[in-house]
Write a protein that binds this ligand. Structure first.
Ligand SMILES: Nc1nc2c(c(=O)[nH]1)N[C@H]1C(S)=C(S)[C@@H](COP(=O)(O)OP(=O)(O)OC[C@H]3O[C@@H](n4cnc5c(N)ncnc54)[C@H](O)[C@@H]3O)O[C@H]1N2
Ligand code: MOO
Length: 433
């Protein structure tokens, strides 16, 4: 593997900001580290995908309607297409019209409607020539042949859906930057599109390191633990909109890790590792990848202090971003939320890739280390008056997986705050989309 300093990609280049000057003692603020990551990434080149593959993706260019919507004047009711004048006074004294034909949805009408005549018509069927209104079947005797007795008037345009009244052919229906949702898909399909140009999902490879790790479900030996970070990061990447795969946990030697990394840069648009980034004797990610273009820094946050980020040289000069997250499960998750999710959303073309914060009232106080932004796990609920209420989970240590699992929010306690009391209002990042 070559150093990323020589890497170069068409859509992703290695920017100077990745290695931008840091604050004293190699400590970066959360905002500095996030800004360095985001400014180094650009959205992937667009791809044309079927509507079935487009859900949740960002539209790459304006889309123009190929047809008018509705495409033709048609009835919004099952009933009879008539000339409005034929039914003058019908509310007071029923009027009988002669039935001259029938038109169903999907038919091309062959009859026209004159004064004193009616054509039986179904919802969505094209209006026959000459008709300018529809009387609903409920206001008639419901006849299918011969003549129909009508007991209501039908002003011009009654129950008629006009061609182009929703969308005119040639007008923009979906804009670049829109995120495809169920309603977008409906509009694209209705306006003549089977495919759409989108920014594709990045493919994320998740790698966990540590000789103590055993696959979930396997028996544990002395000192061993189940690898929970791989599943967690896979799920988080998938939830963020990426596709993701797990490579089995890697041991604690540089050679092992480098061999796996060398292989995955061929298939990954981003690599996320967990573990091996702090000060220990076996912190393999740091020791193996430092010389491969990954920058290891301390970020002024808790949890998630040790972080690595950089670009690996992939095939064809592709620069593949690598996020080296700390191994403690809570630190790993919080790091993903704070740095990796926004990065993946940036690669996917989202204009604002960072989750918004909401204001929430604390139910109990929290202490925080001076100089570090704390991202405390909490359960946020909506109070009776609509305000958000945040209950910090009991276990705020980086190993409390059960409390992490219960939480649905991260509370942001600023770097210069060492204590917040019950009843105070704090910023909360809600984690469930
Ligand atoms: N002397 C110091 N020690 C530590 C420091 C420090 O500044 N000086 N920082 C601490 C902080 S903060 C963190 S966070 C951790 C980060 O450690 P690593 O990223 O090197 O992670 P490991 O040592 O590999 O593991 C830490 C912890 O997490 C468990 N782990 C690791 N991978 C997984 C996984 N895939 N699934 C579940 N659990 C995992 C591992 O067994 C350890 O218990 O360093 C502190 N130490
Ligand atoms: O910062 Mo570590 O990530 O506290 O647990």
């Amino acid at each position: 593997m070559t150093s990323s300093s020589t890497a170069c990609a068409t859509s992703t280049t290695v920017p100077s900001s990745v290695t931008a000057p840091r604050s004293a003692a190699d400590v970066r603020s959360v905002d500095e580290h996030l800004a360095a990551i985001l400014s180094s990434l650009t959205p992937a080149a667009s791809q044309t995908v079927s509507l079935a593959e487009s859900l949740g993706l960002v539209v790459a260019g304006d889309v123009v309607a190929r047809v008018d919507l509705p495409g033709f004047d048609n009835s919004s009711m099952d009933g009879y297409a008539v000339q409005s004048v034929s039914l003058a006074g019908a509310a007071a004294r029923p009027v009988t019209l002669s039935l001259v034909g029938e038109v169903a949805a999907g038919d091309a009408p062959t009859v026209s409607v004159g004064k004193g005549e009616a054509v039986r018509i179904m919802t969505g069927a094209p209006m026959p020539e000459g008709a300018d209104a529809v009387i609903a079947v409920e206001d008639t005797d419901g006849a299918a042949t011969g003549s129909v007795e009508c007991r209501a008037e039908a002003p011009v345009g009654r129950f008629v859906r006009r061609r182009g009244e929703d969308v005119a052919a040639g007008s923009v229906v979906v804009r670049a930057g829109d995120v495809v949702g169920p309603r977008t898909v409906a509009l694209l399909a209705a306006s003549g599109h089977a495919t759409v140009d989108v920014v594709p999902r990045p493919h994320v490879v998740v790698l966990s390191t540590g000789a103590e790790l055993v696959e979930p479900g396997q028996p544990l030996g002395p000192g061993q633990i189940h690898d929970s970070n791989s599943s967690m990061l896979w799920a988080a990447a998938t939830r963020a909109g990426a596709t993701a795969e797990i490579r089995s946990a890697v041991g604690d030697t540089d050679e092992e890790l480098l061999a796996v990394v060398d292989e995955v840069v061929g298939v990954a648009d981003a690599v996320v590792t967990s573990g091996g980034v702090s000060m220990g004797a076996y912190d393999v990610v740091k020791s193996a990848l430092r010389s491969e273009g990954v920058d290891f820094v301390q970020v002024a946050m808790q949890p998630g202090k040790p972080q690595g980020f950089g670009f690996l040289a992939g095939p064809g000069g592709r620069a593949v971003p690598l996020f080296a997250l700390p191994g403690n499960p809570v630190s790993s998750y919080v790091s993903f939320e704070v740095f990796v999710r926004p990065a993946l959303r940036r690669l996917m073309g989202h204009a604002d890739p960072v989750r918004p914060t909401r204001r929430a009232v604390l139910t109990s106080g929290l202490r925080s280390v001076a100089g570090r932004r704390q991202l405390a796990r909490a359960v946020v609920t909506t109070g009776a008056d609509g305000t958000l209420v945040a209950e910090p989970v009991a276990g705020q240590g980086s190993h409390f997986v059960a409390d992490l699992s219960r939480a649905n929010a991260l509370l942001v306690i600023a770097e210069d705050t060492t204590e917040v009391g019950a009843g105070e209002v704090v910023d909360a990042i809600l984690l469930d989309d």
